[in-house]
Design a protein around this ligand. Structure first.
Ligand code: SF4
Ligand code: SF4
Length: 220
């Protein structure tokens, strides 16, 4: 899929999710930012959208910030959502992910607000809670929200199946380089060579889609 089509698909996924969130009871409010940590992951497509949509001045500010925090501790995933789904479907052993305990605040926060809010990746969009996280110490998420989040995370990765995933700061760090961004847009970015993990298509859900279609056709 060419980069223009991928970006349009991503916009549509974000719009579908925004509509879904409007139907939910959500305690998230402006300036609430406990969930904004160095734990956030994203795809190259989402990072590319951020880099290419920001006005030049804002982009340079973002790149400068990313370069300032190269030593900041962060969560580095070893498996993508679609790879995990394949492992679960095959009853395989799930890989151990690094300890999450050492998460710091996301360095893209500025005065308790996200500096790229309109362009934030799906992982940020989908972290919502029915009650303020500060009250309970964790996000209170409806089961339907968890299911929709997983489905859309898989879909975003599927759209970017020839791209990569990784920590927000790492993926943005890789794409701060103009030539690397161009290589990604041309479909020739090497994931592991850049310290990222390769995305995969959504194989498991695709296999069950025919039966889902038949079930949807049943009128009750
Ligand atoms: S998920 Fe929790 S911490 Fe994040 S904005 Fe919502 S209530 Fe606040
Ligand atoms: S990118 Fe924005 S929304 Fe996402 S964690 Fe960082 S500050 Fe929060």
């Amino acid at each position: 899929m060419d980069i223009g089509r991928k970006l349009k698909a991503l916009d549509r996924i974000y719009a579908v999710y925004d509509d879904f969130v409007r139907t939910q009871t959500v305690a998230c409010r402006m300036h609430c930012h406990e969930c904004c940590t160095t734990h956030v992951t994203l795809t190259t497509l989402e990072a590319y959208k951020i880099c290419e949509t920001l006005p030049p001045g804002e982009r340079q500010k973002l790149f400068g910030r990313i370069h300032e925090v190269v030593d900041l501790q962060r969560f580095r995933p070893t498996t993508t959502t679609n790879a995990l789904a394949e492992l679960c479907a095959a009853d395989g052993d799930l890989p151990e992910e690094p300890d999450e305990a050492s998460r710091a605040s996301c360095p893209l926060l500025a005065e308790e607000l996200c500096s790229i809010y309109a362009l934030r990746p799906f992982n940020c969009r989908c972290f919502i809670s029915r009650t303020p996280c500060l009250e309970n110490g964790f996000a209170d998420m409806d089961e339907a929200v968890v299911a929709v989040n997983t489905l859309l995370l898989q879909t975003v990765e599927h759209v970017d199946a020839d791209g990569c995933s990784g920590n927000l700061l790492d993926v943005l760090g890789v794409l701060t380089d103009d030539e690397t961004r161009a290589a990604y847009a041309a479909g020739s970015l090497h994931c592991s060579g850049n310290g990222l993990i390769a995305n995969r298509p959504m194989k498991v859900l695709k296999r069950v889609e025919p039966i889902l279609q038949r079930l949807r056709a049943i009128r009750v």
